[in-house]
Design a protein around this ligand. Sequence first.
Ligand code: NAD
Length: 500
Amino acid sequence: MKHDTQPLYIDGRYCYTSDTFQTIDPSTNLPLADVCKAGADLVDEAVKRAQSAITAWSRTPPVERSRILLLAATLLREKNDELARIETADTGRPFSETSTVDINTGADVLEFYAHLVAGGGLDGTTIQLRPNAAAHMTKSPLGVCAGIGAWNYPIQIALWKSGPCLAAGNCMVYKPSEFTPLHAIRLAEIYAEAGLPGGVFNVVHGGGDVGAQLVSHPGIAKVSFTGQIMTGSKVASSAAKDMKHVTMELGGKSPCLILPDADLESAVDGAMMANFFSSGQVCTNGTRVFVPQSLRSRFETRLLEKMRNIRAGHLMDLTTNFGPLVSKTHLEKVTGYIRHGMDVDHAELLCGGITANGVRQSQGVDNNGFWVDPTVFTNCTDDMLIARDEIFGPVMCILPYEDSEPDFERKLVSRANSTPTGLAAGIFSRDVAHAQTIINQIEAGINWINTWGQSPAEMSVGGWKMSGLGVENGTKGLESWVQNKSTLLELSGQVGSVFK
Ligand code: NAD
């Protein structure tokens, strides 16, 4: 279905430009909508309008800001299916996913921060230092913040950024990914319907050039970025020139550790969720699956049986649980890695892969779309490219380990940590206390024991090492949207001085 031309949204008004680009339906490779691109003048205009809105919004009592955000969350839930259809069209992720995950998990975060600030989350503290002196510590908003999103969970990312940003009294200029821009104007309209004043949440569209203009704009106080490590590094260095605050939510190559005592069904279910949900386009994917030799044969047999439950198909069919990749560029990247795994790494292909003519198309889907079959390589080694790089597609690497040696766990932890990234990790074992001692040694910010993937609003998420800076969500997530001010109040009438 063709959507209307997507304008920019600045100071509560639509803004159309003559310079446009298209967003494409990944399941068919057909255009979905024309999207207005922001020139440098309009990026500047959006930031200036947000600066004009900041005084009133930051002085609006938290409980009033909270009321608006709670109404926005209610509207999001009411419009769940409409928004999920937009996300499915734009990302290519099945409606069975978008209608149950994306809007819910975004609205949860909005509600979490609305309640947090209304319940005193921005309160300062006063410490009585001496009978005649006190120190006040308060939290202030940062100012106008830039939100720059990736394409995999567009509205969720927009809400995870704008929820705490606005709750803390900041304004935002949001730039969605150029591959998935459709949600942004609907979100701006929902905020407006909930009562958000003009200029508090603005949308500019475009690619990396527009993102770069936003990041380097002197009126921006903070950049909250979600995307690739390479881009994040450019964004962080540009922001550092002006000492702007940053939150970086970047990529990873996370380990999924199956211990010899793991429950086989849970381990297979977890590994599949860690590799094939959203067709593998999840930042926290556990694509390095460490499997003990003692369990490997049974693990692989059960995995192949369960992979029959992966169903590519029409994206609105509720039984479809596997969609295409987001774009042609991304399809080429992922199939390039699969080809490398087969031809250069010489990894053992357990299933999927690509044929000499290209992609082995899943049956019953439009061959013009960006489909790739779920792929499992086994007997992989740590030095293979497919086991080192983030592929961001449905490609699992099974890395067997010898569990008959006495110190196998020490080696396992060392292999799991031998990556420059540290976004997530998961472990499967019947001995939960023991699993926790292993997780304690893993260098990753987001961890799961006997499950994979859930990221509730209450739980802080953020990567270690090259995977990011700072956290989103949870009570800790609010801290990255405020700056602290300390004031010492002397009531004695005596100024301590060495110069009297
Ligand atoms: P990307 O880095 O290509 O693009 C992300 C955003 O940055 C886009 O909006 C893009 O237009 C913009 N951009 C590009 N160049 C820029 C520049 N120089 N300055 C400012 N902005 C610029 O990432 P992607 O391909 O859209 O997303 C996939 C990546 O995102 C994966 O690596 C994935 O792991 C990561 N991701 C991380 C998380 C997390 O929470 N850690 C969540 C989702 C996705």
